[in-house]
Write a protein of this length. Structure first.
Lengths: 255, 255
DNA sequence: GAGTGGTCTAGACCACCCT
DNA sequence: GGGTGGTCTAGACCACTCC
């Protein structure tokens, strides 16, 4: 007799709820039944329902409002053509009403994230600027830039309405090469706070190393975006291997 | 008087345990103290410890072995230069001892993932081939390819030791363009099974659309990798915006 | 058998929202 | 007040591993 191990209750419940969302039984913007109602319906304890709902947190399909209930979240995502520095967002990033870039901190820190070991990032203390770029009031990018300490006075007045790499370029710093490393990761503590996302939420990251013509000047940094707010696209001709475009500067896209 | 809301116990515990791992107090490969021991030490219930440990699942820093305990996992990751089709892994992917590519299923399916709406993917039934690419016995890529139904007989014998896109190219199919969409996402059910990763685990995804010279022939697909097993890199000259390389064909990297 | 972690439950307390 | 979900606990049961 084959050994059949039933999947855990919270997993069954999670999948049932997921199915109801993707099949539009629970519609976007709608309030889900209360935990106790779901517990009655599924014939399990309310704790198990809570467990299932909590495990759905990282999928981004739900939004819980304290005291009100749990809603089905809209899924809409920005698709951005991968460009040479990748921290810009074209016209959407121009300073203007709404001030899309907000600097959250300027500190002195070492580069600690082990992912930077792929670059040969310096180990000493650097100037660290963190900022949030929003579009239509929605935070999309969380940027952490590491700059030489000497630079502070020169660029600090430009912060507040553009990203560090943009500010430097506008001030005449000439970069000759960009190294990018694209990966995924659970949200950092800072990103959790910046985006209001829960622990473990998947993010798309772009670690960058901007190499200036001045051989002693480099900018390191990392941009994080919640997985459901940004994706990046690339097109290339196959015989040449060269990148086509960038053509469009970012478009909203249901996904 | 400022309102100070203490962070939840499970969050405090989670951060303490995380800190002990990153600061090497709990070393790689080592067994963590048992749940009850941690509960005693932190002065909380064992349930709260379990909760904290479960929330650490998606960070990939722990590995729990049933009946034994919880270990600190080694963090080592493949960094792969982004190339024109992005489903290949250079020499590592050549068929040989160990048979790195394993086809898990060949079915007929529609493309359902809404992320494909960024491409103008067909809505009809297609031939769907899923396969796992491993390196050193470790699964790295989970590929889902969607092909025209007519193609089955022609390529099916090539499956089993290479990815679909590779097999097609080796059979003479000439592609003129690749469209890529890179994003992050929680692991799909299939990826969870293929990689043995828990629900909600962040993955790096590359959706691809290979456009053949034959205007009626297209290949769509998606490659998923756990965030802690693969990252991709890119270098470009800045004045031209052209991609440098690919140079190295993949290297292991602590991160 | 004694240890491990995973599951499931009941029950209590809290903060929040609406009426 | 009565509704919501989030937190924390105690306790029971299970499957697993090692001795």
């Amino acid at each position: 007799m084959p050994k059949v191990v039933a999947s855990p209750l919270h997993e069954q419940v999670r999948k049932k709820i997921t199915r109801r969302v993707v099949e539009n039984e629970y519609k976007v913007g709608e309030l889900l039944p209360s935990v106790s109602a779901l517990a009655d319906e599924f014939g399990v304890s309310s704790i198990t329902i809570k467990r299932a709902l909590r495990d759905l947190q990282s999928t981004g399909i739900l939004r819980t409002v304290p005291g009100l209930g749990i809603f089905v979240r809209e899924r809409r995502r920005l698709v951005r053509e991968l460009d040479f520095c990748f921290t810009s967002l074209g016209e959407a990033q121009r300073p203007g009403p709404g001030r899309p870039v907000h600097v959250t901190s300027i500190t002195r820190e070492r580069i600690l994230d082990p992912a930077f070991s792929a670059f040969d990032a310096p180990t000493g203390t650097m100037l660290c600027v963190r900022s949030i770029l929003s579009i239509d009031e929605v935070p999309i990018l969380f940027d952490t830039s590491y700059l030489p300490l000497s630079l502070k006075d020169k660029v600090v007045d430009e912060f507040g309405d553009k990203l560090v790499s943009e500010a430097l370029r506008d001030q005449g710093t000439c970069f000759r090469m960009t190294r990018l490393l694209i990966d995924a990761a659970p949200a950092s503590d800072e990103a959790q706070q910046a985006f209001g996302i829960p622990n473990g939420y998947p993010t798309l990251r772009r670690l960058y190393h901007l190499i200036a013509v001045d051989p002693f000047f480099s900018v390191f940094g990392i941009v994080e975006s919640p997985f459901d707010r940004l994706a990046c696209s690339i097109e290339m001709d196959l015989p040449t291997g060269k990148i086509t475009g960038p053509r469009s500067t970012g478009s909203m896209n249901h996904s």
